[in-house]
Ligand binder design. Structure first.
Ligand code: ZN
Length: 203
C-alpha cells in the first residue's frame, strides 16, 4: 500500500510556516513502514529535537484507478479517519533550505498515525468534516474540511494523474493551522467530530 500526503492544503497553515499558497496540490509520499501499528508504541526519534504533530483527515482508497476525473473521484474512496503526519520540523527546515526532498523529515518509521476507519455514507460525503487533536486533554488543533484549498475529489484526481491508486492506499489530506511540538510523555488523541479515533502516548 502507498501513503500519499498533501502539503499546504489549508491557507492558515501555509501562512504559519511562511509558505505561499500553492497553485497545484503539493504531494509527497511515505512508505508502508511509516505506519504506526495500532496499539504500537511511539518513540520520540533520536534524529530530531523538534517533533511536530500535524492532525489530518485521511481517506482510504476503495477502488483501483488511474487518471480519475474530479467528477468520478468520489467513487474511489470509501472511508475516512483522522491521523497524524508526524514531522521532524528541524530536519524539514534544513532540507527545505537546501532544496532537498522531505523524506528524512516526514517518511521515517512510524511517522504516520492512523485512526480507526469510518465507512463513508452518501450523507457524510455531502457534509463538512470537523476534526481535532487533544494533547494532554487540551485541544491544540482544530480543522474543518471546508477550509481545504483542494477538495478530496480534486486531490484524488490530481494524484491519479501521476500515480495509480490502489485499494488500501491512504491519502493524508493536509493539516490545518495549529501544528506544534510534542515531548516525551505527551498523550495525543485524535477526534473525527466527537468520536475519538486514536490515542498515542509519546515514549
Ligand atoms: Zn502534513
Amino acid at each position: 500500500m502507498k501513503i500519499f500526503c498533501v502539503g499546504r492544503n489549508y491557507a492558515e497553515h501555509a501562512k504559519e510556516l511562511g509558505n505561499a499558497i500553492p497553485e497545484d496540490p503539493v504531494i509527497f509520499m511515505k512508505p508502508a513502514t511509516a505506519l504506526l501499528p495500532q496499539h504500537g508504541s511511539f518513540y520520540y526519534p533520536e534524529f530530531t529535537k523538534d517533533l511536530h504533530y500535524e492532525l489530518e483527515l485521511v481517506l482510504r482508497i476503495g477502488k483501483n484507478g488511474k487518471n480519475i476525473s474530479e467528477n468520478e473521484a468520489h467513487a474511489y474512496y470509501d472511508a475516512i479517519t483522522v491521523g497524524i503526519d508526524f514531522t521532524a520540523r528541524d530536519v524539514q527546515a534544513e532540507l527545505k533550505k537546501k532544496g532537498l526532498p522531505w523524506e528524512k523529515a516526514k517518511a521515517w518509521d512510524h511517522s504516520a498515525v492512523l485512526g480507526e476507519w469510518v465507512s463513508l455514507t452518501d450523507e457524510m460525503r455531502h457534509n463538512p468534516f470537523q476534526f481535532s487533536l487533544k494533547k494532554n486533554q487540551q485541544t491544540v488543533q482544530k480543522g474543518d474540511s471546508t477550509d481545504m484549498i483542494f477538495s478530496f475529489d480534486k486531490l484524488v484526481a490530481h494524484i491519479s494523474t501521476y500515480f495509480s491508486l490502489n485499494i488500501g492506499d491512504c491519502i493524508y489530506t493536509g493539516t490545518p493551522a495549529g501544528v506544534g511540538a510534542c515531548e516525551v510523555g505527551d498523550d495525543l488523541e485524535g477526534f473525527l467530530g466527537n468520536d475519538k479515533k486514536f490515542a498515542v502516548e509519546i515514549k
